[in-house]
Write a protein that binds this ligand. Structure first.
Ligand code: MN
Length: 381
């Protein structure tokens, strides 16, 4: 049976690869969306012929409307548009590949509408926390991970009958470009160096998060939400080759790993075809070519991981503050206003100084996010 999909964020890295995967699957695209890149969105519309296209920016939405007058696609805009395509009736799966906080509301609305979600938007799980997982449980909505590590764990958990048989989840990390740097080296690493990721091609925000290992810390929080597991049962290992995408260790000593060449199309496709598997046009894995290595990250490199662990243990607004502070700090680093190690300092100071409330509503989350960003703008760094 043809599955129907709505894609929130189709012009970014995950969105583009999702459309590539869909070419070989029995999937109909109901809706696409972009922030402002209407040239690429128009190409996608002409190829996939969705019923709806959302352009977040209203000016560009109007422009696109004029450009595709000849097409059958209805153009919507803003948060209303995103929520509308997240809630479509005849939709089997919503891919949320938006970047940032903007992804939270459409996720909550999709859950409310009973639509299953393939999640590539970290904020939904990190910031939305229990608000999202409780809503999904109440509505019996599946949240299927797209992130390579969480997809790996999700795959390794197929066939797991009892939660208590899981000893540990082992998240692998490429280690980013600075895994072998000394503490002193890190003081003066440049933006250009930080943007060179060895194995994955991602947007600049994720690439910097990968260099600080904040990405891995956020993934610990994501794993806690997705798999309902405690923080102390999640380990991190640096694995330079990015072949083992993560592992599950069971109580009998068995460790199950998911491996493939590093290509996001594998986890993206699994989220779409789950519980089935289909052929995917990626190269097959040749285990004779690369020796696989694993080691613990150096403690001065894991500062951001530690911050994430403590934020999730504190709970309430702490992950919201952590996420907003990190986003602002990364933006400042990308604008060359601060140094690399200032990113972790800004996050640490924010967690220390901003009041942490518990039991957050959606409005509380948005409010706390804004307050954190304002706090950082006033910081003298
Ligand atoms: Mn990842």
């Amino acid at each position: 049976m043809t599955k129907k999909i709505s894609i929130l964020g189709s012009t970014g890295s995950i969105g583009k690869q999702a459309l590539d995967v869909i070419k070989n699957l029995d999937i109909e695209v109901l809706a696409l969306s972009a922030k402002s890149n209407i040239e690429l969105l128009e190409n996608q519309i002409r190829q996939y012929k969705p019923k709806y296209a959302v352009v977040f920016d209203e000016y560009f939405a109007n422009k696109l409307s004029k450009n595709i007058k000849d097409a059958q696609t209805k153009v919507l805009s803003g948060m209303d548009g995103l929520c509308q395509i997240a809630c479509l009736n005849d939709c089997d799966i919503v891919l949320n590949s938006l970047t940032g906080m903007i992804g939270l509301k459409p996720t909550l609305e999709a859950i409310e509408a009973g639509n299953n979600i393939a999640i590539a938007n970290k904020e939904t799980l990190v910031v939305g926390g229990e608000l999202v997982t409780n809503a999904a449980n109440n509505k019996n909505v599946k949240i299927i991970p797209v992130d390579s590590e969480h997809s790996a764990i999700f795959q390794c958990l197929q066939g797991c009958k009892e939660q208590k048989t899981i000893s540990n989840l082992i998240l692998t990390a490429s280690g980013g470009p600075f895994w072998d740097k000394t503490e002193n080296d890190l003081e003066n690493v440049t933006l250009e160096q930080a943007l060179k990721h060895p194995n994955w091609s991602m947007g600049p925000k994720n690439t910097i998060d990968s260099a600080t290992l904040m990405n891995k810390g956020l993934e610990i929080i994501e794993a806690i939400r997705l798999f309902n597991i405690s923080e102390d049962k999640i380990k991190v290992l640096i694995h330079r080759e990015s072949i083992v995408h993560s592992m599950v260790e069971y109580c009998d000593g068995s460790v199950i790993a998911q491996m493939s060449v590093p290509d996001m199309r594998v986890p993206i496709q699994y989220a779409f075809t789950y519980p089935e598997r289909k052929e995917c046009p990626v190269s097959s894995l040749d285990l004779t070519k690369v020796p696989l290595t694993f080691f613990e990250p150096k403690s001065y490199l894991s500062k951001c991981i530690d911050l994430c662990r403590s934020a999730v243990k504190i709970g309430g607004a702490a992950p919201v503050i952590l996420n907003a502070a990190n986003e602002e700090a990364v933006r400042m680093f990308l604008d060359k206003k601060i140094k690399f190690l200032d990113i972790q300092k800004i996050v640490e100071i924010s967690l220390k100084n901003i009041p942490i409330f518990k039991n957050l509503s959606f409005d509380d989350i948005i409010d706390c996010d804004l307050k954190t960003r304002e706090y950082i703008k006033r910081l003298d760094v």
